[in-house]
Design a protein around this ligand. Structure first.
Ligand SMILES: Cc1ncc(COP(=O)(O)O)c(C=O)c1O
Length: 692
């Protein structure tokens, strides 16, 4: 592999030719004579607008040096204005202002957060300036943990510690398993080390290279504090819950949050207030929770401790977060945003604002999903002004392995470095490739990339929801292929693997690793498939309506930890089992698509729920249903026994609520009476609604 040397452009902005020309030539000569590992080259701009054009167009730009004499709004003002404009467009760029020493206080007051340093106009020490700029890039692009890991491997120490493969020595000469050594490579095995190596710091108590890597990540993503995690966002969501929520504390959550959120509810013994997500039934895709639903929940639950939403959703739908965060904060509610699918957003203005920029207190990101890190490598960003660092650390350590995989931590260092140094350029390319792909797919006349108007359910149309353009949802319903057939043919014939599908759509994810050749191969496949379009389109499907959340009879944790008993989902005649009505579920039951839990532990089962599950399982379109028990090959639901329900420690909480909802005099809670009035669907109505 030829070694690829970076190019880093530095823009010097001034309309004072008498200052600019010697400055440019002095800096250029310093770059030629001094060590220049980042390939810094200087370019210039005479006006703020010209500078902004360069900032937008030049993906290799890393540094901007602004002369305070820039003409415009008044002395110094134009330079400060430009610094702010650049910072809001590309916060990852380093900014230096050239001024006289006595002007610094004024600048610091106006743009202190945007400016990384100052040069003295009266002391034009260009070599010194160049060294400072080069050091700035060295600091930003540092990978402290990865560097220490490489250094340790190069030291070739004998291993008298875990892991057992001893840097691969147990594998490499084995006639049985040396192929694994060859497959994963020597470096990965040599770098697979344990906490016995002090120079590699400790993920559970970082004070050295991991602490430095975390600080760099916090700066890059715009957080007060950042934690590197090696157990995925599935774990970090739980860590945050356990930090913020005491048993019984209220949590407002999108009912369609990732399953780790629901697991976190069980583990933390929180009291969940479920918010129904919007659903686009035509394409089987869930959308955001309507703003009105969120605002109502905040109003009705001012005692809630936290709100968690997923932004963007798996299919790329983005909340208009700022007003939501503000409303929650007004009520004293902390905001957690699951940004598992949106870690790259900070590095291109087309995707911003990020959740942190909207004021979220905690943000979890699967860096591995959309940036360059190994699977399971995630980050937690914290902006909560009342952050309890000690408690968070205790919870982090409770969930973390004491043997973290060091390659994952190194990959987080590398992922952050790449996003910081070339994220803008790569994402710009991704956006262009995405637009081209969209246009070409649409030009087949058979396949169509859905836009926000197609995907948004009616109830969220006026909620300011945006679509992440790197997630392409393709409507394949006119092709005559089912989604499963389409995925199979793309895989077998064209060597293409997409992200996921619903009955009529295929989702393609673009990212920093998307290349032009991959786009060409995909377009070619889509054109050929459009040509081979099957003449008789298959019957089109419409997703069955997900039943609304019923209500909780006790906290999810109370239900989950009981033994319960299993009741069949269907009766002997294949109808939804009436005996389930009114019973309290012990597990989370989830159907894909759309991935919204139909039941959570502690939830009361109603006829619409059993009939929905029966429909899904009896329909001729295969769906995945998780959380049902299997008794002799028949589906069953684990439910609380009456004794378990009555003894559930959290039961009294919900009985009071039921009584409040009723007229007070009645023995029977109102909800139970409502339940008794719900019709039990007939066997026929069960199957009809699934398909159009
Ligand atoms: C919204 C959301 N949050 C969290 C996760 C879990 O992330 P990880 O795979 O990093 O554990 C996922 C995984 O798909 C997800 O979709």
């Amino acid at each position: 592999m030829p070694s690829l040397k970076p190019v880093s452009r530095a823009l010097v902005v001034s309309n004072d030719a008498a200052w600019l020309e010697p400055a440019l030539s002095g800096l250029a000569s310093a770059s030629a004579r001094l060590d220049n590992p980042f390939g810094i080259a200087f370019v210039s701009a005479r006006t703020g607008d010209h500078a902004m054009q360069t900032v937008k167009a030049d993906g290799d730009l890393q540094l901007v040096v602004i002369d305070k004499s820039l003409a415009g709004l008044g002395p110094g003002q134009a330079a400060l204005d430009l610094a702010n404009r650049i910072n809001s467009w590309r916060p990852e760029l380093s900014l230096y202002v050239v001024l006289s020493d006595d002007e610094r206080a004024m600048v610091e007051e106006l743009v202190s957060h945007a400016v990384d340093g100052y040069f003295d106009r009266d002391e034009p020490d260009y070599h010194g300036w160049f060294r400072i700029l080069s050091a700035e890039l060295a600091e930003k692009s540092a990978t402290p943990f990865y560097d220490a890991l490489q250094a340790y491997v190069k030291m070739a120490k004998d291993s008298w510690h875990s892991p057992g493969h001893s840097g691969g020595d147990s594998l490499k000469n084995s006639p049985w398993v040396s192929d694994f050594y060859e497959f994963v490579g020597e470096n990965l095995l040599r770098a697979d080390l344990s906490v016995s190596v002090p120079m590699l710091d400790s993920l559970l108590h970082p004070t050295g290279v991991i602490a430095t890597a975390q600080n760099l990540a916090a700066t890059a993503f715009g957080a007060r504090k950042t934690y590197l995690a090696t157990n995925g966002t599935s774990t970090t969501n739980k860590i945050i819950f356990q930090t913020l929520l005491a048993p019984g504390d209220k949590l407002l959550l999108d009912r369609n949050c990732h399953k780790s959120v629901h697991h976190g509810v069980i583990l933390s013994d929180a009291r969940p207030i479920y918010l129904d997500s919007s659903v686009c039934r035509e394409f089987g895709i869930f959308g955001p929770v309507p703003k009105a639903t969120i605002y109502r929940a905040i109003k009705e639950n001012p005692d809630a401790k936290a709100l968690i939403l997923t932004c963007c959703t798996y299919d790329g739908m983005l909340y208009d977060l700022k007003p939501i965060v503000e409303a929650a904060h007004k009520a004293g509610i902390k905001v957690i945003i699951d940004e598992a699918w949106y870690a790259f957003a900070r590095f291109h203005p087309a995707f911003r604002p990020t959740a942190l920029e909207c004021g979220a207190d905690y943000v979890t990101q699967s860096i591995h999903k959309t940036l360059t890190s190994f699977s399971q490598a995630s980050m937690v960003h914290v902006n909560d002004p009342e952050f309890d660092e000690h408690l968070f650390r205790e919870n982090f350590n409770m969930y973390a392995s004491t043997s973290p995989q060091y390659a994952l931590i190194a990959s987080l260092d590398v992922g952050r470095k790449q996003a910081m140094m070339e994220g803008y350029k790569l994402l710009d390319r991704t956006l262009k490739l995405g637009a081209e792909l969209r246009q070409k797919i649409n030009s087949t006349g058979v396949f169509r990339v859905l836009d926000i108007g197609d995907l948004l359910p009616d109830e969220v149309r006026n909620d300011g929801v945006r679509l992440d353009p790197t997630k392409l949802t393709v409507d394949i319903s006119k092709s005559g292929y089912s989604a499963d057939e389409m995925e199979q043919v793309l895989f077998d014939k064209y060597n293409i693997q997409g992200e996921k599908s619903t009955f009529s759509t295929l989702t393609l994810l673009l990212g920093v690793g998307t290349t032009r050749s991959k786009v060409s191969r995909l377009c070619d496949a889509m054109f050929r498939l459009a040509k081979d379009r099957r003449r008789v389109p298959k019957q089109s499907y419409r997703m069955a309506e997900v039943p609304h959340f019923s209500w909780l009879a006790c906290l999810p944790r109370s239900a989950f930890y009981e033994s319960g008993e299993c009741l069949y989902l269907l009766d002997d005649d294949g109808r939804p089992n009436e005996a389930l009505t009114g019973r309290v579920c012990c597990d989370q039951v989830l159907a894909y698509p759309p991935g919204i839990p139909v039941l959570v532990p502690g939830q009361v089962i109603t006829p619409p729920i059993t009939s929905y599950l029966a429909k899904l399982l009896k329909g001729n379109k295969p769906v995945e249903v998780h959380g049902l028990a299997d008794i002799d090959g028949e589906y069953a639901v684990r439910v609380l026994t009456q004794e378990e329900l009555e003894a559930a420690p959290s039961r009294s909480l919900f009985l009071q609520d039921d009584e409040k909802a009723g007229d007070g005099d009645r023995q029977q809670p109102q909800k139970v009476q409502q339940l008794e009035q719900l019709p039990v669907p007939s066997a026929d109505s069960v199957t009809e609604e699934v398909h159009d």
